[in-house]
Design a binder for this molecule. Structure first.
Ligand code: C5P
Length: 235
């Protein structure tokens, strides 16, 4: 049932990450491996999670020429991730080629085709930051423009703030997936996330996946915390 909880494994070692996964047990099935853990542990971390029956979202935000991104995507597909992402600002041609390659290569090696999603505008960027890099549109206009491009290129969805979910779904359809970080229960600290939404609100907005890190990974009792969050999204 929507939204699915993905726990962000932002750790500096595979051992720490796997310890948390063990602690959370069967309550959490989906995990995010990002730049930090992947830089430390590479595909080993992904493979070990898969062995435990977990589903991995590989959050490496590819942004390079099509040939290079396809070669990197190969590694993600071979490792058996269920989802990975790339920057929409890499362009239509990049997204289209990766979407096509993703389907062909997964079929060729006989694994389930991963979902491929786009980063539109990083949630750390505001209108002034966009202006600085020469983008004059508002954040919402830019997010929607890039999400449309991603959809046309054959991608499955976008990473976005929960506050952008309605804008995206209303314009691009309920089936176009949204993956939303920046989720905080009212009873947890916001950390450095600025525009936070509660798990309950994220569900009401109709997002498909919520990504939560520190409120669970740094909790005194991660399992209880994850279960409390899951309860909020299921009721
Ligand atoms: O600890 P926290 O719940 O803030 O973790 C959120 C995770 O989502 C982190 O791994 C962060 O890198 C990631 N993320 C984000 N905002 C984005 C994209 C990814 O917070 N726009």
């Amino acid at each position: 049932m929507k939204p699915e909880l993905i726990v962000a494994l932002d750790f500096d070692s595979k051992e720490k990450a796997l310890k948390l996964v063990e602690e959370l047990g069967s309550s959490v099935k989906h995990y995010k491996v990002g730049l930090e853990l992947f830089s430390r542990a590479g595909t080993e971390a992904v493979k070990e999670l898969s062995k435990l029956g977990k589903k991995v979202f590989l959050d490496l935000k590819y942004h390079d020429i099509p040939n290079t991104v396809k070669s990197a995507a190969k590694v993600a597909i071979e490792a058996g991730v269920f989802m990975y992402n790339l920057h929409a600002l890499g362009g239509f041609e990049l997204m289209k080629q990766v979407a096509e390659f993703n389907a062909e290569y997964a079929e060729k090696i006989g694994v389930a085709k991963p979902l491929v999603i786009a980063i539109t505008v990083l949630t750390s960027m505001k209108e002034e930051d966009l202006k600085e890099v020469g983008i004059e549109r508002s954040v919402n206009e830019e997010v929607l423009k890039l999400a449309e491009l991603a959809k046309r290129a054959g991608l499955n969805g976008v990473v976005c703030s929960a506050k952008e979910v309605r804008l995206i779904k209303e314009n691009l359809g309920e089936d176009f997936l949204t993956v939303t970080p920046g989720i905080r229960p009212t009873w947890a600290a916001a950390n450095d996330q600025k525009r936070v939404v509660t798990p309950k609100m994220a569900k009401a907005l109709g997002t498909d996946f919520i990504v939560i890190g520190r409120p669970i990974t740094k909790a005194e009792n991660p399992k209880k915390t994850a279960e409390r969050i899951l309860k909020e999204t299921k009721s």
